[in-house]
Design a protein around this ligand. Structure first.
Ligand SMILES: CC(C)(COP(=O)(O)OP(=O)(O)OC[C@H]1O[C@@H](n2cnc3c(N)ncnc32)[C@H](O)[C@@H]1OP(=O)(O)O)[C@@H](O)C(=O)NCCC(=O)NCCS
Length: 147
């Protein structure tokens, strides 16, 4: 298998729109409602975030976005795997590649993540990647990682 991360482009809009409205993705996102294709396309063109596609053997398999804090080199990430690519242990690889890319190509020094308390898989992944917990309430756990 070959893996790579690349910046998202306009040709990815329709596919990532389908992923964004997938029930598991919405259920674990901070805004759970379905969005329209126009809303998604407008968000894609909004340039305050890095948006990356993870490819497996040249097939788009996952998505990572990172919204930059305009004041410093930190950002908040969000990610998902394509529904038909889940359960193969690929997410750790995708996220490790993303951390490397964000440090080396985008100059980030800190990544935050906000995870729903019931998202067992995401909590497990963040702990495996050695993110530290930096906040918690009834709904969310906040993690931090220094690159
Ligand atoms: C979170 C997500 C990216 C993980 O990708 P995935 O392909 O489903 O998961 P993987 O097959 O890579 O497995 C990830 C890890 O979770 C573990 N895992 C799987 N099911 C689990 C469960 N019920 N409880 C605990 N760990 C579990 C796997 O064993 C693996 O850990 P390991 O490598 O230590 O064995 C994917 O499920 C997804 O897109 N979810 C919807 C969006 C989302 O939740 N994004 C994160 C928002 S913060």
């Amino acid at each position: 298998m070959n893996f790579r991360l690349r910046p998202m482009n306009e040709n990815d809009i329709e596919l990532t729109f389908k992923w964004r409205n997938d029930p598991l993705v919405r259920n674990n996102a901070q805004s759970v409602q379905e969005i329209s294709l126009n809303e998604h396309a407008a968000w894609v063109k909004f340039n305050n975030s890095v948006k990356l596609i993870f490819e497996v053997d040249d097939i788009p398999a996952g998505f990572i976005s990172v919204t930059r804090d305009p004041e410093n080199n930190s950002g908040e990430w969000a990610f998902h795997m394509a529904p038909d690519m889940r359960g193969q242990g690929l997410s750790e690889l995708m996220l490790k590649a993303a951390l490397y890319y964000l440090a080396k190509k985008e100059g980030y020094d800190t990544i935050y993540s906000t995870v729903r308390v019931y998202n067992v898989l995401s909590k497990h992944l963040h702990e495996k990647l050695e993110f530290s917990k930096c906040g918690e309430d009834e709904e969310y756990i906040k993690y931090i990682f220094y690159l």
